[in-house]
Design a protein around this ligand. Structure first.
Ligand code: HEC
Ligand code: HEC
Ligand code: HEC
Ligand code: HEC
Length: 180
């Protein structure tokens, strides 16, 4: 796993365009932060209207937008598109998207541009995440010390999700990633 993490830290951005936050078909607050990786134009298409994004590195985009109540489409030029609903009246199946960290910490809370690549602010996520989270509480929820399960993104969505604890998979499945 350690090897995997080091590869992930050094890996160049994958070519495929992806909207990382918010998630598709979710209910969002009026003010929402859009996060994407996209090598095309550094802009988001909000309801078809191009809005210039901030881009700390080519291929990395973010923008905070205020959405009027109602349905909206967010897209990348020639790339994926998602639908979200701001304010009351979202389709019943659409769950609320909760951004992480709530309130929107700067990208630099976790990331840094290093050697021209989008990487992490510190050598490991253990250092990154425990700048805000209680390290002492960790073993209770995880059975392990952070050093045994250092790749937090194996199980958690770092930019937010609709799930409790921002979990990508159920606890049992998460443990089975390493234990049969
Ligand atoms: C709480 C820490 C944290 C914050 C804050 C954060 N990120 Fe991330 N980001 C991560 C982690 C962890 C990953 C690795 C995810 C993975 O590999 O699944 C990641 C991955 C990424 C990627 C690469 C995704 C990919 O699949 O190639 C991009 C692009 C990105 N973040 C952009 C941003 C931008 C832009 C911001 C600020 C708006 C931001 N992040 C804020 C933790 C964070
Ligand atoms: C193997 C999967 C897995 C990995 C890897 C993992 N977590 Fe978790 N994490 C969980 C599960 C499952 C829960 C929910 C535990 C519960 O609800 O009892 C959780 C809960 C949490 C919570 C909520 C706190 C709490 O006490 O419930 C935080 C914060 C957290 N993890 C941070 C991290 C950080 C930081 C890392 C990386 C250093 C990490 N996690 C790595 C599975 C994982
Ligand atoms: C800038 C501060 C900050 C950083 C850095 C940060 N978090 Fe958080 N995180 C928060 C806050 C604030 C909350 C919401 C309050 C809480 O539940 O602790 C939260 C919530 C969470 C939760 C959900 C807890 C729950 O009980 O539902 C998980 C899981 C989590 N963070 C994991 C991570 C992981 C993994 C990283 C590193 C990639 C990370 N966090 C980095 C501030 C941060
Ligand atoms: C990233 C891989 C990884 C994940 C994910 C993981 N473990 Fe482990 N686990 C290990 C390793 C490595 C050991 C042996 C080292 C040790 O005992 O700390 C271990 C040992 C254990 C042991 C002691 C087993 C024994 O025979 O002594 C228990 C219990 C355990 N893990 C439970 C869990 C639970 C519960 C989860 C999910 C919350 C989990 N593990 C997730 C890697 C992992």
């Amino acid at each position: 796993m350690r090897t995997f993490l080091l590869c992930a830290l050094a890996a160049p951005l994958a070519a495929e365009s992806l909207i990382l936050a918010p998630a598709d078909q979710t209910a969002v607050p009026a003010e929402v932060r859009l996060i994407a990786r996209h090598l095309g134009k550094p802009e988001f298409l909000v309801d078809g209207k191009p809005l210039a994004a901030e881009s700390p590195l080519a291929g990395v985009l973010h923008l905070t937008v205020t959405l009027a109540p109602g349905p909206h489409e967010i897209a990348l030029d020639g790339g994926p598109r998602i639908r979200v609903h701001s304010g009351p009246g979202a389709p019943a199946a659409w769950q609320p998207f909760r951004a992480h960290p709530p309130g929107g910490a700067p990208c630099t809370a976790c990331h840094a541009v290093r050697n021209g690549e989008w990487s992490f602010a510190r050598a490991s996520l253990v250092g990154v995440c425990f700048a805000c989270h209680d390290r002492a509480a960790f073993p209770k929820a995880h059975t392990h010390e952070p050093g045994i399960v250092p790749d937090c993104q194996m199980c958690h969505s770092p930019h937010g999700s609709v799930k409790a604890r921002h979990l990508k998979l159920e606890r049992e499945a998460a443990c089975k990633l390493c234990h049969n």
